[in-house]
Design a protein around this ligand. Structure first.
Ligand code: PAF
Length: 285
């Protein structure tokens, strides 16, 4: 596996691969890899000649007071895991390398970013689109891989790439979970023992909600139920629990074909997000 730190070197490698007719599968990450990231790399490995993974904790997507400084980092461990997962090029630039000048050009997502995490993390998705625009231009992928766990991010990226004619396909990869259902996340390491015991209740509440939504078609009933269950997790505070149409992230309506039930929950050490998608067969009430 080749390590690249400089933008110019990564761009040159991508140009060379393109001239050789090789397809690049790109896995953007912020590191501290877990099985969810390795599943993205596994999918990329199956479909492309070359797998490029980036590791970059992107300052542009963290707000003031968020966990940019304390975000877990371990490049040596990540490199070993990435190599085992079949990554060919690991691109890990510094913030100065990625953002050499304080650009005042902004990339603003649309109304998909006004809800869920976007409502409580203003500017977060601007920062995600900013770094991905740069990473897509630098790495020239044919396909890029994103986890369904970050469902709002995925929906916004799909819209962005489609609307702005980026020449790549976005691949959705299902959420990878611990045996007890907790979605794998780099932030899980920051849960206390007690919080770790309680955290699987998030997915349990969402799964129950999905079942009741399928049975009843009644989003209000489901929302009340999910909020109530999340509210009973002793060490947690619910940031939001919502049901929306997916991937538009508009309010659910009788014509909606797919719904997302999504939640964000704050523990002392970490804010966790999770979601489930529900195919709407009948009409919602
Ligand atoms: O999902 C993440 O880890 C980040 O938001 C991403 C896509 C790597 C952009 O920094």
């Amino acid at each position: 596996m080749r390590h690249i730190e400089k933008v110019a070197d990564m761009a040159a490698a991508a140009r060379r691969l393109a001239s050789e007719g090789k397809s690049v599968g790109f896995v953007p990450t912020m590191g501290y890899l877990h099985d969810g990231h390795l599943a993205l790399a596994g999918e990329a490995r199956k479909e492309n000649d070359v797998v490029v993974m980036s590791i970059f904790v992107n300052p542009a997507q963290f707000g003031p007071g968020e966990d940019f400084d304390s975000y877990p980092r371990d490049l040596e461990r990540d490199a070993a895991l990435a190599e085992k997962a079949g990554v060919d090029i690991l691109f890990h630039p510094s913030p100065e390398e990625m953002y050499p000048e304080d650009s005042d050009i902004r990339i603003l997502p649309g109304r998909q970013a006004d809800v869920l995490c976007g409502a409580s993390r203003p500017g977060h998705f601007d920062g995600v689109l900013k770094v991905l625009t740069k990473l897509f231009h630098i790495t020239r992928p044919e396909r890029a891989y994103f986890g369904q766990k970050d469902a709002q991010q995925l929906a916004i990226i799909e819209t962005f790439v489609r609307n702005y004619n980026f020449q790549l396909e976005i691949r959705r990869v299902p959420t990878v979970r611990e045996e007890d259902g907790l979605a794998k996340s780099s932030r899980n390491v920051r849960l206390s023992h007690e919080e770790r015991q309680e955290a699987p209740a998030i997915y349990a509440a969402l799964k129950d909600g999905a079942r009741v939504l399928r049975e009843s078609g009644d989003p209000e009933l489901v929302l009340g139920m999910v909020r109530n269950t999340l509210g009973r997790i002793p060490a947690a505070e619910t940031d939001y629990a919502e049901i929306l149409e997916y991937p538009s992230l508009r309010p659910l309506n009788p014509e909606s074909r797919e719904a997302i039930i999504a939640a964000a929950v704050r523990f002392s050490g970490a804010r966790l997000i999770d979601n489930v998608l529900v195919t709407m067969e009948g009409k919602t009430s």
